[in-house]
Ligand binder design. Structure first.
Ligand code: NAD
Length: 447
C-alpha cells in the first residue's frame, strides 16, 4: 500500500462513495463536512442517503478504522497527502454554475496547506465549467496558503462519472479515468494512486490538461442527455402514429453499433442532480463565449415538455383529471436512489395538482425526500397496494423493479377500474390488453 492518505471535502453522493471506495481497499480516508449531524451519522456507519451497498461498505470501513468523518477540514488535510474536492456545484437562477462551494473549499484547503510542510495534491472531482480549476481553485489555494501551485502543491482535475444507484460499482469498476493535470508531477501522483487502487484491473486512462478534463465531463453528460431526448422525440411521434412502437424502434436502432442500445429508453424525461444543471451550465458557458449550442438547447427543451405526456396519456384513458384520484408510482429521479432533485415525478405531480387531481404516491426509498418538497399536498403510501386502492389511474414514473413485477391482475385487484399509464415502458402492452393501458411512444388507433 502507498503511503498516500486521502481526504475528501464534501460527503454527498460523490464524496462519500469515493471515500468508501478507497477505504474498501485499505486506504486511510478522512472525509470532512460542516454538518455535525451528517458527520455523526457517517461515523456510526449510517449513510445520510440511500445507495445500494453503501451501508454495509461504510459500516465495514468505519469499523476497520479506514474511514472517519471530521468537522475540521484543516485536521483532515494536515493528516493526509491528497485531497479530493467533491462539493456540490449547483445552478444559479440564470442557469450558470454556482461555484461558491468550490471556492469556499479551495480557500479552506489553502488555509490548511499554509500550515503543512510536506507536499500535497489537490484534486477537483466536482463537475466544474472549463477554466474553473485553473482560474478559481488554483488562485484561492495560492492566496490562502501563500504557496505556489506545482512547486509547493499539485493540482489535478479528475471528473467523476459514477451514477447514483450504482455508485459503488462505478467507483470500483469505472469505464475510464480522466486526469487533467496542471503539471506532469501532479498527474504522475494521481496516476500512481489509481494504478495501485485498481491493481491489475486498471481502466483506460486519459491524461490531459485541466480545461480538457473539465470539458470531457460536460460533453459526456450532454451527449447522453441528447440521446435520451432524441428517443423521447421519436416516442412522441410514434405515439401519434397508429400501431407504431418506439420500443421496437429503439431496439432496432440500438443494434447499429454506431448508435448502441444504452440510453435509448423512451420515457417521461430525465432529471437528477447532474444533467439539468450541467446542460444549463454548459449553455450558459457557451453564451459567455458567444457560441450557439442548438443541440443542447433542444435537448433541454424536449425534456422540459416531456412530463406533459403523462397527463395527456392519463386524459386519453380517463378523461378530465379534475377530481380524479391518481396514483403516482415512483418519486426518485431514477430507480435505486432516494434522490428527488429535479425529479420528473415532482413536475408531474405539480401539474396533476394544478389540474385539480387528488394525488397518492409511492416510492420504495424516496418518500421522505419527496415530502420535503411536496409537503402535505399529496398522500404518501409505503405499500403499493394501498397507493393503488380506489385510484382512477396509475402513472408509472420511476422504473423500480417492484413496479416491473406488477401484473395486470394486481392492478385489477387493487384498483376499481384499472387505467395504467406506463411512463417508462416497463410493461408488455400485449399482456395489458385486459385493462385500460397507454404508454409513452406507443401509437394506438385512438391517439
Ligand atoms: P451532493 O449535493 O450530494 O453533495 C455535495 C456535498 O458537499 C454536500 O454534502 C455539501 O454539504 C458539501 N459541501 C458543500 N460545501 C462544502 C464545504 N465547503 N466543505 C465541506 N462540504 C461541503 O453532491 P454530489 O451529488 O455528491 O455531487 C458533487 C459534485 O460531483 C457535483 O459537482 C456533481 O455535479 C458531481 N457529480 C455528481 C454525480 C452524481 O451522480 N451525484 C456524478 C458525477 C459527478
Amino acid at each position: 500500500m502507498t503511503p498516500y492518505r486521502i481526504s475528501i471535502v464534501g460527503t454527498g453522493y460523490v464524496g462519500l462513495c469515493t471515500a468508501v471506495g478507497f477505504a474498501s481497499k485499505g486506504y486511510n480516508v478522512l472525509t470532512s463536512t460542516h454538518d455535525p449531524k451528517k458527520a455523526s451519522l457517517i461515523n456510526k456507519g449510517t449513510p445520510p442517503f440511500h445507495e445500494p451497498h453503501l451501508e454495509e461498505m461504510l459500516q465495514k470501513a468505519v469499523k476497520n478504522g479506514y474511514l472517519r468523518c471530521m468537522l475540521d477540514h484543516e485536521e483532515a488535510i494536515l493528516n493526509t497527502d491528497i485531497t479530493f474536492i467533491a462539493v456540490g456545484t449547483p445552478s444559479k437562477p440564470n442557469g450558470s454554475i454556482d461555484l461558491r462551494y468550490i471556492e469556499g473549499s479551495a480557500c479552506e484547503i489553502g488555509g490548511a496547506l499554509k500550515k503543512k510542510e510536506t507536499s500535497h495534491l489537490v484534486v477537483v472531482k466536482s463537475t466544474v465549467v472549463p477554466g474553473t480549476t485553473k482560474n478559481v481553485v488554483k488562485p484561492a489555494i495560492e492566496k490562502h496558503s501563500g504557496k505556489r501551485c506545482s512547486i509547493d502543491f499539485g493540482l489535478c482535475m479528475n471528473p467523476e462519472f459514477l451514477r447514483e444507484g450504482s455508485a459503488l460499482q462505478d467507483t470500483l469498476h469505472p469505464d475510464r479515468i480522466i486526469i487533467g493535470e496542471y503539471d506532469k508531477k501532479s498527474g504522475d501522483v494521481l496516476e500512481a494512486l489509481y494504478r495501485e487502487f485498481y491493481e491489475g484491473d486498471m481502466p483506460p486512462l486519459i491524461r490531459t490538461n485541466l480545461p480538457t478534463a473539465e470539458f470531457i465531463k460536460y460533453a459526456n453528460n450532454a451527449f447522453l442527455a441528447m440521446k435520451v431526448s432524441f428517443i423521447n422525440s421519436v416516442a412522441n411521434l410514434c405515439q401519434k402514429t397508429p400501431e407504431a412502437d418506439v420500443k421496437a424502434v429503439a431496439q432496432a436502432i440500438g443494434l447499429d453499433k454506431r448508435i448502441g442500445s444504452l440510453f435509448l429508453n423512451a420515457g417521461l424525461g430525465w432529471g437528477g442532480s447532474c444533467w439539468p444543471k450541467d446542460l444549463n451550465a454548459l449553455l450558459s458557458y457557451s453564451k459567455d463565449l458567444d457560441i450557439d449550442l442548438p443541440l443542447v438547447d433542444a435537448t433541454l427543451k424536449v425534456n422540459h415538455n416531456q412530463p406533459h405526456i403523462a397527463l395527456s396519456l392519463a386524459r386519453s384513458l380517463i378523461g378530465e383529471l379534475k377530481g380524479k384520484r391518481i396514483a403516482v408510482l415512483g418519486l426518485s429521479f431514477k430507480p435505486n436512489t432516494d434522490d428527488v432533485r429535479e425529479a420528473v415525478s415532482i413536475k408531474i405531480i405539480n401539474k396533476l395538482l394544478n389540474e385539480g387531481a387528488e394525488v397518492v404516491t409511492h416510492d420504495p426509498q424516496a418518500i421522505d425526500n419527496a415530502k420535503a418538497v411536496l409537503g402535505n399536498r399529496v398522500q404518501y403510501e409505503r405499500n403499493v397496494r394501498n397507493c393503488l386502492k380506489d385510484a382512477d389511474c396509475c402513472i408509472i414514473v420511476t422504473e423500480w423493479d417492484e413496479y416491473r413485477a406488477l401484473r395486470p391482475q394486481d392492478f385489477r385487484s387493487y384498483m376499481k377500474n384499472p387505467a395504467i399509464v406506463d411512463g417508462r415502458r416497463i410493461y408488455d402492452p400485449k399482456a395489458f390488453k385486459s385493462v385500460k393501458f397507454a404508454a409513452v411512444g406507443l401509437g394506438t388507433t385512438d391517439s
